[in-house]
Write a protein that binds this ligand. Structure first.
Ligand SMILES: Cc1ncc(C[n+]2csc(CCOP(=O)(O)OP(=O)(O)O)c2C)c(N)n1
Ligand SMILES: [Mg+2]
Length: 376
């Protein structure tokens, strides 16, 4: 193992006990769904059915599912651009997540956001952010709102090891501790910020300690172990909620795939990836469930088949979902008229440039011309 890789803290007392059988099966099913979703998304990207950026979380499923299952329905979740799995674990339909990746109307943001902008307000999943470290102050703000309104809610704010170097990190830790906000910060230490290894980007590689001087104590979990992740995040959430003590949890994990689809992966060796793949969170947990008599091998295979079927349906739904109409481009843009100058576009529908807010009128004119209503 390369020396810059931080190992998960060893489980001195042995593995934590499994949850009830139903929960254990649910956790495995959720991880399988994410894995199969990500694999399919990678294939669809290669076929150019998905455009823009695509960041997969293959390998990080236990860190995602463990953390999300520690939340209650009324708690909030906010995360990053690597968040298809967070949406799926929170219960957002794979159809809507896949349609968003393909830029279709059926997507969670009606195709306007793409892969980096997951969102599901109903399930209190507030995104999906492309700006590294940008969601930290927002997460604290959500917790401030819960506190102000005296609501029994906590917020889980997920970000990466690279994001822990952002200025927003210190500012947010300080205010969260000062105002005693019910928030847990979860740093997904997947060992890299793009192509830069942890020890090359952070002077302190013990990430759980990075909040201490601001008054935010840390805990660490093995992010390849869904049971441990759930237990540690649940404990941190209880402390944040009941003692008004914000916490920082470091989940030590690894991403098996590149940073995004455009990553030549020159910063790490195949051997290192192979070494971590031996600890595949889905295989390890599935084997444990079999060994402890929770799942028959056939039932384990059936869970995987179910996940694949669900993903087939999601991809079929997304492919037949329409693209948003071009004239809807400026819908929900709330600065119009003379407030801001410069929202002009040019395309084949009109000679010269036209203002964005003319999109709908142009489409209507074209439709009428097509019907012969106004002679063109
Ligand atoms: C403010 C800002 N700076 C730079 C980028 C470009 N960028 C995108 S992802 C990334 C790496 C972040 O790494 P980490 O926080 O560890 O998250 P991971 O990608 O490993 O999940 C960078 C630098 C960005 N999106 N936003
Ligand atoms: Mg990272």
């Amino acid at each position: 193992m390369a020396e810059h890789v931080v190992e998960a803290s060893p489980n001195i007392e042995g593995p934590r006990p499994l949850p009830a059988a139903d929960a254990a099966r649910d956790w495995l099913a959720a991880m399988l769904l994410i894995r199969r979703f990500e694999e399919r998304a990678g294939e669809l990207y290669a076929k150019a059915l998905i455009g823009g950026f695509l960041h997969l979380a293959v390998g990080e499923e236990a860190a995602i599912v463990g953390a999300v299952r520690a939340l209650r329905d009324r708690d909030y979740l906010i995360s990053t651009y690597r968040s298809h799995g967070h949406a799926l674990a929170r219960g957002t339909e794979p159809e809507r997540v896949m349609a968003e990746l393909m830029g279709r109307e059926g997507g969670v943001c009606r195709g306007r956001g793409g892969s980096m902008h997951m969102f599901d307000g109903e399930r209190r999943f507030l995104g999906g952010y492309g700006i590294v470290g940008g969601n930290l102050p927002l997460g604290a703000g959500v917790a401030l709102a819960s506190d102000y309104l005296k609501r029994d809610e906590a917020t889980l704010c997920v970000f990466g090891d690279g994001a822990s170097n952002q200025g927003t990190f210190g500012e947010t830790m300080n205010l969260a501790a000062l105002w005693r906000l019910p928030v847990v910060f979860l740093v997904t230490n997947n060992q890299f910020g793009m192509g830069t290894a942890l020890a090359r980007h952070s002077a302190v590689t013990d990430l759980m300690r990075k909040g201490e001087s601001f008054g935010v104590p840390g805990m660490r979990c093995d992010g390849m172990d869904v049971v441990e992740t759930e237990a540690v995040v649940a404990e941190a959430l209880a402390i944040a909620r009941e003692q008004r003590q914000p916490m920082l949890v470091e989940a030590v994990t690894y991403r098996f795939r590149g940073h995004s689809m455009a990553d030549p992966e020159e910063y790490r060796t195949r051997e290192q990836v192979a070494e971590w793949r031996k600890r595949d969170p889905i295989d390890v947990f599935g084997e444990r469930l079999e060994a402890e008599g929770v799942l028959e091998p056939s039932a384990r295979e059936a869970l995987d088949a179910d996940a694949l079927e669900r993903i087939d349906a999601a991809a079929a739904f997304a492919e037949q979902s329409p693209f948003p109409a071009p004239e809807s481009l400026y819908d929900n843009v709330y600065v119009l008229g003379d407030q801001v100058r410069g929202w002009y576009s040019v395309d084949e529908r009109a000679a010269g440039v036209h203002r964005g807010e003319d999109e709908r009128a142009l489409a209507e004119r074209k439709r009428r011309a097509g019907n012969g209503e106004d002679g063109g």
